[in-house]
Design a protein around this ligand. Structure first.
Ligand code: 13P
Ligand code: SF4
Length: 316
C-alpha cells in the first residue's frame, strides 16, 4: 500500500525553482492558462491554474475567453476536448506521447459496426474517446455525470462506449438497457478484491472510495463510487481521519494537501497510470518554449463532437 508520490522526483531544489519561475514567466508572456488533471505529478499540479476531473477541466476550458493558449497537463483526449471547446485558442498538450489506452480501444470503424447492430439505441461515449468517436455519438459523459447523462436520453436502450466497467456501474443505477462495448482502463482493472480486503484489514473502519472504471467486483465492495474530484470533496466532508483510495495514486497528493490532518492510503501499488505521469515540469517548459504539440481537430469533426460535448455540459 502506498500513500502518494515523491515530490519533484529527480529534480534538485534549484532546478525546481528555476523551472517554476520560467514556466510562470512564459505563462504571462504567452497569455496562457495551465490546467492539470488530478492524476498529474504533484509539482505539475502545483504550477497549474486549475486542477480537476475530466468534467471540471472541460467546463473550465469552455470558460477560457481571455487566454490565447491552453497548456494541458493530462492525456490526449482531454486536450482534444479543450480544442473542441476552444477553436479560437491554441491548445498545447504538455507531453505529446501522453495517451489513454482505453480511448484507443475504439475507433470510428468499430463504433459504426456497433451502431449498425443496435440502431434503436442512443450512443453515449465516455469522454475518454477520440474527437472522431465523439463526433459519431449522441452524447458524451464523464465519470462525474454518467448516470445523469444516460437518464437524460429519451431512448430506452443505450450503446455505451468504450468503458464496460463504467457502463456496468451505470446499469446498476438506471432502468435503461445498457449495451456495453468491451473497453477498459488498464490501470483501474489491476485493482483486485484481495487488495481491498488487505487494506480493510490494515485500516478497519476507514471509508473505501473507488473510481467507476474499476471492475464490478471492486465497485461492489466500495463505500462510495466517485469521479476524482467527487472523491476530493467526499474526503473533505467525511469526518473520518483515514481513507482508502481506489484510484490512480496521483490524486492522493491533492487530498493530502487539502486535508493535512487526514491520512490517505492508495489501496494498491498497481494504481499508477504511466501516461498521466509522462508530463514533467521539464516537458511543460519545453512545450511552452517551442509552442509544441498543438492539438488540432478538423473542423467538420470538431463541430459534430462539439454537439455531443455541449449536450453533456448543458446537463446541470
Ligand atoms: P475523472 O473524470 O474522474 O477525473 O477520471 C478521468 C480518468 O481518466 C480516470 O481514469
Ligand atoms: Fe486512461 Fe486509465 Fe490512465 Fe485514466 S487512468 S488516463 S482511463 S489509462
Amino acid at each position: 500500500m502506498v500513500s502518494g508520490l515523491t515530490y519533484a522526483e529527480g529534480l534538485t531544489a534549484e532546478r525546481l525553482a528555476e523551472l517554476r519561475a520560467r514556466i510562470l514567466q512564459l505563462k504571462g508572456e504567452m497569455r496562457a492558462v495551465i490546467v492539470a488533471h488530478n492524476y498529474q505529478r504533484p509539482e505539475v499540479q502545483d504550477i497549474a491554474d486549475f486542477v480537476g476531473d475530466s468534467l471540471e477541466l472541460a467546463r473550465r476550458c469552455a470558460q477560457e475567453r481571455d487566454k490565447e493558449v491552453i497548456v494541458f497537463c493530462g492525456v490526449h483526449f482531454m486536450a482534444e476536448t479543450a480544442a473542441i471547446l476552444n477553436p479560437q485558442r491554441t491548445v498545447l498538450l504538455a507531453e505529446a506521447t501522453a495517451g489513454c489506452p482505453m480511448a484507443d480501444m475504439i475507433d470510428v470503424q468499430d463504433l459504426r459496426e456497433w451502431k449498425a447492430r443496435y440502431p434503436q439505441a442512443a450512443t453515449v461515449c465516455y469522454v475518454n474517446t477520440t474527437a472522431a468517436v465523439k463526433a459519431e455519438c449522441d452524447l458524451c459523459c464523464t465519470s462525474a455525470n454518467a448516470v445523469r447523462v444516460v437518464e437524460s436520453v429519451p431512448n430506452d436502450e443505450i450503446l455505451f462506449v468504450p468503458d464496460a466497467n463504467l457502463g456496468h456501474y451505470i446499469s446498476t443505477k438506471t432502468k435503461k438497457k445498457m449495451i456495453l462495448y468491451p473497453g477498459f482502463c488498464i490501470t483501474h482493472r489491476r485493482l483486485k478484491v484481495e487488495h481491498l480486503q488487505r487494506a480493510r484489514e490494515l485500516h478497519p473502519g476507514a471509508p473505501l472510495v473507488v473510481h467507476p472504471e474499476c471492475t464490478p467486483e471492486v465497485v461492489a465492495q466500495a463505500d462510495a463510487v466517485l469521479s476524482t474530484s467527487q472523491m476530493v470533496r467526499y474526503v473533505k466532508e467525511n469526518p473520518s481521519k483515514v481513507f482508502l483510495i481506489g484510484t490512480e495514486a496521483g490524486l492522493v497528493y491533492r487530498m493530502q494537501k487539502e486535508n493535512p490532518g487526514k491520512t490517505f492510503y492508495v489501496v494498491s501499488t498497481a494504481l499508477f497510470c504511466p501516461n498521466m505521469k509522462r508530463t514533467t515540469l521539464e516537458r511543460v517548459l519545453r512545450t511552452m518554449e517551442g509552442r509544441l504539440n498543438v492539438v488540432r481537430v478538423p473542423e467538420d469533426i470538431r463541430l459534430k463532437a462539439l454537439k455531443a460535448v455541449e449536450r453533456m455540459l448543458a446537463i446541470a
